[in-house]
Design a protein around this ligand. Structure first.
Ligand code: ATR
Length: 278
C-alpha cells in the first residue's frame, strides 16, 4: 500500500469558484510536496462538525473562506496573535495538541505591497475604506509597517471608530466617516469594502487621491473594479487588484502547514493568464 497523501482543502459556502486548489496545486508541484487539496462546500450549520471530523480523520490543514472565517475562531483550540487581532481565521492547521487557527490575510497583503510591488509604507499616510471583517484582518499587519497615520473610513462611522479604538495600542490609527475625509491625498488607499463585489463605489471625496496615490482593491477579477476605475479617472499613480494578496496569503498558509515558503511569482503569472482567458 502506498503512503496516503496529507489532506488539505478549503471550506466555504459557496466555494466552487475558489482558486485555492489551483494555487496550492502549483505550490505543491513547485516545492515537491505531495499533498491532496480539495474543495469542501459546507453550510454554516455544519461547519464545526465538518472541521472536527476532518481533523479527527487525520486531515492536516484547511483554508477557511466566506462565510466561515469568524466561526473558525471557535473551532480552533489555539489562535496565533495575528488571528486573535483579526478576530477571524482563514487557516486551520493540525498541531500535536489540537487545531491551530491562524490568519494570513494581512501578512499576504503586506507581502504583496512591500515585496511584489516595492511600496514603502513606513512614515506614509494610509487610508483603508470599510470597517468590516476584511479591514479587521489587515489593520494589524499594516500598522506593523509603522505608517505615519492609518485612517479607517466607513459608510457607518461608528464601525470605523470602534475598529480604530480596538487597534490604538498597535500604532497611529483613526476612524472616520466619509464626510470627515478632508485631509490631503493619501499615499496608499486600500478598498476593503464589499461594495466592489456589487459594482458600487463608496461616496468619498476625490481629494483623497493625488498623483502619488497608489490604490489597491482587495477584490480581484477579470476587469477593473468600480473603485479602481474611479481612482484611475482621478489620476492615481497605480491602480491594483488583490491578485497578489490572494496568492501571498495562500503562500503563507502553505508555509504554516508545510514549513516551506513557495515562490509566488510563477503562480501569480499563471493565475492572471488563466483569468484573462476565461
Ligand atoms: P467583510 O467581511 O467583507 O468586510 P462586512 O463585515 O459585511 O464584510 O463589511 C462590509 C464593509 O463594506 C463595511 O465596511 C460596509 O460598510 P458599513 O459598515 O457601513 O455597512 C462596506 N460596504 C458595503 N457596501 C458598501 C457600499 N455600497 N458603499 C460603502 N460601503 C459599503
Amino acid at each position: 500500500m502506498g503512503t496516503a497523501l496529507d489532506q488539505y482543502g478549503v471550506v466555504g459556502h459557496p466555494v466552487g469558484h475558489s482558486l485555492s486548489p489551483f494555487i496550492h496545486g502549483m505550490f505543491a508541484r513547485e516545492t515537491g510536496q505531495r499533498i491532496s487539496y480539495r474543495l469542501y462546500d459546507v453550510p454554516p450549520a455544519e461547519f464545526h462538525a465538518h472541521v472536527r471530523a476532518f481533523f479527527a480523520q487525520g486531515g492536516r490543514g484547511l483554508n477557511v473562506t466566506l462565510p466561515h472565517k469568524i466561526a473558525a475562531v471557535e473551532v480552533a483550540h489555539e489562535l496565533t496573535p495575528r488571528a486573535a487581532w483579526a478576530a477571524a481565521v482563514n487557516t486551520l492547521a493540525a498541531r500535536p495538541d489540537g487545531i491551530l487557527g491562524d490568519n494570513t490575510d494581512g501578512a499576504g497583503l503586506v507581502r504583496d505591497l512591500c515585496d511584489n510591488l516595492g511600496l514603502v509604507i513606513t512614515h506614509r499616510r494610509v487610508l483603508v475604506i470599510g470597517a468590516g471583517g476584511a479591514t479587521r484582518g489587515i489593520v494589524g499587519p499594516l500598522l506593523g509597517l509603522a505608517p505615519e497615520l492609518l485612517v479607517i473610513a466607513n459608510r457607518t462611522p461608528q464601525r470605523a471608530h470602534a475598529l480604530a479604538t480596538a487597534f490604538t495600542e498597535l500604532g497611529a490609527v483613526r476612524g472616520v466617516g466619509f464626510a470627515e475625509l478632508v485631509d490631503a491625498p493619501f499615499d496608499l488607499i486600500v478598498n476593503a469594502t464589499s461594495a466592489s463585489l456589487a459594482g458600487e463605489l463608496p461616496p468619498f471625496p476625490p481629494s483623497v487621491i493625488g498623483p502619488q496615490t497608489v490604490c489597491y482593491d482587495l477584490a480581484y477579477g477579470s476587469s477593473a473594479t468600480a473603485f479602481l476605475e474611479w481612482a484611475t479617472r482621478q489620476g492615481c499613480a497605480r491602480a491594483l487588484q488583490g491578485w497578489g494578496m490572494l496568492v501571498e496569503q495562500a503562500a503563507e498558509s502553505f508555509r504554516v502547514w508545510r514549513g516551506i515558503r513557495p515562490d509566488t511569482a510563477q503562480v501569480l503569472a499563471a493565475l492572471k493568464e488563466r483569468t484573462a482567458s476565461v
